[in-house]
Design a protein around this ligand. Structure first.
Ligand SMILES: Cc1cc2nc3c(=O)[nH]c(=O)nc-3n(C[C@H](O)[C@H](O)[C@H](O)COP(=O)(O)OP(=O)(O)OC[C@H]3O[C@@H](n4cnc5c(N)ncnc54)[C@H](O)[C@@H]3O)c2cc1C
Length: 453
């Protein structure tokens, strides 16, 4: 048996654990930090991310938290010559509704208190609406444009369903390469003297500090502090110290394929169809589905928020489609299984907003990739970041469908906690200890939307 010692052990080398390790060394280069993972870095959930970012949230705390993360990603983009391939064409939320008061109320609530994020209405003309013709992030506007003029929508988004009547364009939003960002931070962590171990954490003893057994006790790591960033396995690690976490794991899937029929305009921002829908089956197909108890749900109404985007930049040729409609809790596994029907389901769903995708019905390209992973989330869909009830044991998890974009703010916050530095205003609201906080409970009881896209 070998023994190693460290000040701080970070468990999990996904986007979040790597960001924690990176910011620990950035804030205090003298700190001895070890990052452990049972597999390759960035190979589990973080490899499945859609790699989109946005500062849209129906809640001002979560908006401030993601704004902070985007600030930090922009810092990395500047210092690394945009190694993380950050772009910013925005998120476009489209609906056939003309009454969008609920969406406007969410926007007003989310952007409350943020002077940079004005909401601009375009109900006629549209001369002042800045189109997202360029992908670079440095010259893109802030705030939100709301388009309700039919002619403007048609001219700005000619490829959308002709029935679209309102478009909400979130401007501080776009895409990154999560893989490149992870690689950059890992490299900087190494250069700063950070250490890495490969091994599966399977037992933790609290004895002053911690004694952590890897790989059936082949290796013991003695650590003064632990940050648990084990992604979907964050609950399993916490259970080793006899604690329960208020989390679930939901499988979510995506597909990507080469757009050989050029159905998707390369300049289209990340586009989301907000409306619930019945999938586009022909009469016989619908009848057959409705009669089969296992598949009848496919003939019924499905929720909104299906999304589509070009992949690989202006010169690329791939597209990505996703639809986070699943909300069934599942046991976690390193080899999750996916639904064989998903590619055709997501294609038909996405074709409602982008009718040119119908060209692929029943004939998705052979090189189509079907993948996915877990959204690990709390009931309110806010993360668990900070100290726990166990002295020296910290959490960095439950980042649901926003962990790539929120990794930097999460890493920075955890480093501040560990090193006793100033904390941002949102720290108590994302703390694992918030459930007894009356302010948090009041917000939760009033929350209408969890901001899941
Ligand atoms: C389909 C899908 C699409 C998504 N799209 C987006 C998006 O567009 N934008 C966005 O911001 N986010 C998105 N997300 C969310 C994002 O991918 C996750 O929130 C993020 O990757 C979580 O990172 P993590 O580091 O917490 O977890 P992981 O990447 O899962 O890392 C955890 C690590 O812990 C290791 N580990 C676990 N148990 C042990 C153990 N016992 N011992 C040692 N190591 C262990 C694992 O091997 C793993 O490497 C998406 C997620 C999915 C599933």
């Amino acid at each position: 048996m070998s023994i190693s010692e460290t000040d701080t052990l970070v468990i999990g080398a996904g986007s979040v654990g790597i960001a924690v390790a990176y910011y620990l060394k950035k804030h205090d280069p003298t700190l001895d930090v070890t990052l452990v993972d049972c597999g390759q870095p960035m190979a589990f959930t973080s490899a499945q991310s859609g790699e989109n970012y946005r500062n849209w949230w129906p809640n001002p705390m979560m908006r401030a938290f993601t704004d902070r993360s985007i600030d930090l990603m922009e810092e990395i983009a500047l210092e690394s010559d945009n190694f993380l391939q950050m772009t910013r064409r925005g998120y476009v939320l489209a609906t056939r509704e003309t009454n969008i008061d609920d969406h406007l109320a969410e926007l007003a609530a989310g952007y409350e208190g943020s002077p940079d994020n004005q909401i601009r209405m375009h109900s006629s003309g549209g001369e002042s609406y800045l189109r997202a013709t360029k992908e670079d992030w440095q010259n893109a506007p802030n705030g939100v444009d709301v388009l309700t003029d039919k002619t403007l929508i048609k001219s700005a988004f000619p490829y959308f369903d002709k029935e679209i009547r309102s478009v909400i364009h979130i401007r501080r939003a776009g895409m990154i390469s999560g893989q490149q960002m992870g690689q950059y931070m890992l490299q900087e962590f190494r250069v700063a003297g950070g250490k890495r171990l490969t091994g599966k954490v399977d037992h933790i003893e609290k004895e002053g500090g911690f004694s952590v057994q890897l790989d059936d006790s082949a290796v013991t790591v003695r650590a003064a502090l632990i940050v648990n960033a084990a992604g979907p396995f964050v609950g399993e690690i916490t259970a080793m110290l006899d604690m329960d976490l208020p989390i679930e794991n939901w499988i979510q899937q995506k597909i990507a394929f080469e757009d050989t029929k050029q159905a998707i305009d390369r300049t289209m921002p990340f586009a989301i169809d907000l409306d619930p829908q019945q999938l586009d089956w022909d009469g016989d197909e619908r009848q057959l589905l409705a009669e089969d108890p296992d598949f009848a749900w496919l003939a019924e109404e499905l929720p909104g928020a299906i999304h589509c985007r070009p992949e690989g930049g202006d010169k690329g040729s791939w597209v990505k489609l996703g639809w986070a409609y699943n909300s069934a809790s599942a046991p976690v596994s390193f080899t999750p299984t996916f639904d064989d029907q998903f590619p055709e389901i997501v294609l038909r769903g996405a074709a409602r907003l982008n009718p040119a995708l119908r060209a692929y019905y029943g004939q998705l390209p052979r090189n189509m990739v079907h993948y996915g992973g877990y959204y690990t989330l709390t009931k309110e869909n806010w993360p668990l970041l900070g100290p726990t009830g166990v002295d020296g044991f910290y959490l960095a998890g439950a980042l649901s469908g926003y962990g790539s974009m929120a990794a930097c703010a999460s890493g920075d916050l955890l480093a501040r906690h560990v090193l006793g530095k100033d904390l941002p205003d949102y720290a108590p609201m994302v703390s694992p200890l918030r459930y007894g906080n009356p302010e948090f409970v009041a917000i939760m009881n009033a929350q209408q939307s969890r901001g899941i896209l």
